[in-house]
Ligand binder design. Sequence first.
Ligand code: C5P
Length: 294
Amino acid sequence: MTGDLRDRHGEVTVIAAPAKVNLNLRITGRRDDGYHLLESVVIFTSFGDRLAVGPATSDSLELAGPFAAAIAETSDNICFQALGAFRRAGGQIGPLQIRLEKHIPVGAGLGGGSSDAAAILRYVNQISESPLSSEDIQSVALELGADVPVCLQASATVMRGIGEQLSLLAHPLRGHMVLARPDVVLSTPDVFRAYANGDVPFSQEGEDSLSALPTELVAGGNDLQQAAISLCPQIGQLIDDLGELTPANHSGARHVQMSGSGSACFALFEDAESCEAAQRQLTEKGYWAVATEF
Ligand code: C5P
């Protein structure tokens, strides 16, 4: 977990918005409103977006970083949505200037927007003279998206329900991973729709999540992976390419998986050097790739 970077430069606070990675993801049911019930162990990487936030005379947002062009500075940006939802729920905060450095690819299943929203909520609730209770801030987070509550924790967590039932892992999960993605933006609702159309039986909830190692958790699989590959065959190719770079365990399994609803995938490695070597090879093949740790 990275948490907030509390470098204060005058009035501006720099906040980390780490990438979210689902080590596994089981779909265990579907609610009447169409949302899917799931069980997923989520970790946060040292790689992520960065926000610089400070007081201003009116709310403003400036975008920078490699994926700035993929999102808009308009009022529907999730940073403004988070501010609006906080104020509507009764939280008091003056106008803010936000500079968002977008490093997490958009539409990749890495929770970029959710983590940005969560970073804003953490910040405003910390500096507000009348902060919201932890229950209220969690419901504001859920209103913004199913992954925002877990991003508010920004620490290894088992999520259930649609993402609102959270159990922090008692033991820290640590590891090295390479994240990679084909140059495709996948829409989360489209992937869930393709999963639902596939008529796959729901998975059972597992009992093992609270004590398992990252490699054991990855073996649990991602129930959305086939649906995402059906919409975007490049994900299947990426998983094969990651498999070629990752050492196999004694049973031949490789610790490679898609995160969330894709299109990003990850591979676990023993050390940072192996991750960096894998990242270089993936970049040469034309993928976006980063070596990171959790
Ligand atoms: O909540 P969020 O905006 O991230 O979800 C986007 C869409 O993904 C939802 O409208 C829904 O179609 C689908 N979804 C789902 N079950 C979840 C989370 C998302 O079906 N647990």
